[in-house]
Every structure is written in C-alpha cells, then in structure tokens.
Design a protein around this ligand. Structure first.
Ligand code: MG
Length: 256
C-alpha cells in the first residue's frame, strides 16, 4: 500500500532529510586514505544524535551501523569495520539516514578516496547522472517505469550494468514503504506517480556485469565480476510543482 503524504507531512519530512544530508556531507568530507569505516560510522552516529535525530539504519533488521560503507566492488550494505581502512584509489559508497519526529530520511553518495582510476571516475560521474535523471522523472503524469527507464538509459548508454536485485523504495514513517523503485524499466509502465508520494531513488550501477553476489555475513552485496560499483541516493517528494528533494540542506542542492 502506498502511503501518500500531505503537504504538511512532506514539510515535516524535511528535517529528517536535512539531518541525513548534513551527516552524509560531513562524513563524506572525512573520506581519505587511512580512515576506517568504523570511524566514519562513529562520527555519523554522533552527528545524527547531536542534530536531534536517531540513526535510521542502526538496529534495522539487526544492522549494526549508522552507515552502510561499501568499498570498490561492494555494491551496498557494507558493515562498518575497524578492519576496513580506506586507501588511495578506492571508491566508497556511504549510505545513511536519520529519523526525526518519526519521519525517515535516506541518502547515499559514492566518494573517491584521493585519485581514482579513469574507470572509477567515469562510473561515479555516470551514476550521479543516473540519480539526477531518476529524480527528474519523479513527477506527476509520469509512471514508476519512467524513473527506472531514465536511470537505465543513462547507465547502459555508458556501457554499465544496472543492479536488478536491489531497488529504491517509498519512504515516510518507515524507511522502506511501497512502492519498490527499480533502476530499470519501460517508459509509461507501472503505477502513476501522484503528488504526495515520497521516494528514495538510488541507482546502483556496476562498471561490468549487473550481476551480484550476496556475501556470507548476510548483508554485504558485491559485484559478481569483482569490478567496481557506485551508488547515489536522495529522498524526493512528488509534488504538483515537480520533484522536491527532501534530503537537502538549506541552500544546498547537492553534497560537496
Ligand atoms: Mg534507501
């Protein structure tokens, strides 16, 4: 069941979105060689709580962290660890969310650690473009498949693989609400997008095959071929005026 939000509820979701966006930007600014993903996680949890929020991921389905930290060929759901030390040339997807006043914000960004290979650089550029294309399609009059089609077109034109098994989602008082928001699809297919729907759009794009493998810890998902993967996400409201990004800080449209 899709829970549509009133304009007042969408307004109320902005605070969870603001905190989520601020934490993502500030954690991203700490990404450098020598930092562990456990350190990034600890910083994120502290900042979420300082901002008056609750980490949305911590304890969700038993997940132990306040961020998901997924490096290189890791697609999503990496558990932060003191054993994972970032090094020059890595890319790292950081996914984080906050609950404020019972509303959830969810967002992710993939950062380069120092200088990265041309392949990784292009993967980051294209996956960010996929995100903006998906967000732009989140408007009344379109259908759900238009979002997936927009993302898929950008990714496949670049020769990259679109992950199928993991998708975006509705979001509100729960982190994962209906509908599922795939990053692939046919134009004009699926349900109609209507004002009041709030979606987390999150392309997961692989440099090589779209195929994935689930790792034994039950969380981490990697690419089947070991090539790198990128992941960008924002929470967006479908409104009469078009897409409104909720995981945004005042005066900022995108993370640094
Ligand atoms: Mg999400």
């Amino acid at each position: 069941m899709i829970i549509r939000k009133s304009p007042a509820e969408i307004e109320a979701m902005r605070e969870a979105g603001r905190v989520s966006a601020k934490v993502l930007r500030e954690v991203g600014a700490l990404v450098k060689p020598g930092v562990t993903t456990a350190e990034l996680d600890e910083f994120a949890e502290t900042l979420i709580r300082l901002e008056g929020g609750i980490p949305a991921f911590k304890g969700y389905g038993g997940f132990p962290g306040s961020i998901c930290a997924s490096v290189n060929d890791q697609i999503v759901h990496g558990i932060p660890s003191a054993k994972v030390v970032l090094k020059e040339g890595d890319i790292i997807s950081i996914d984080t969310g906050a609950i404020v006043d019972g509303w959830v914000g969810d967002n992710a960004w993939t950062y380069a650690v120092g200088t990265v290979s041309p392949e990784k650089k292009r993967l980051l550029e294209v996956t960010e473009k996929c995100l903006w294309a998906g967000l732009d399609a989140a408007r009344p009059g379109n259908r759900l498949g238009d979002i997936g089609h927009a993302v898929q077109s950008v990714a496949e034109a670049a020769g990259f693989g679109v992950v199928r098994e993991y998708v975006g989602h509705g979001i509100g008082r729960d982190m994962h609400e209906d509908p599922n928001v795939p990053n692939y699809g046919r134009k004009h297919s699926g349900i109609r997008l209507e004002p009041g729907m709030v979606l987390a759009i999150e392309p997961m794009i692989n440099a090589g095959t779209h195929k994935t493998r689930q790792m034994p810890d039950g969380w981490l998902v990697c690419t089947r071929d070991g090539r790198p993967s990128a992941h960008f996400e924002k929470t967006v409201a479908v409104t009469e005026e078009g897409p409104v990004i909720l995981t945004a800080e005042e005066g900022r449209r995108r993370p640094v």
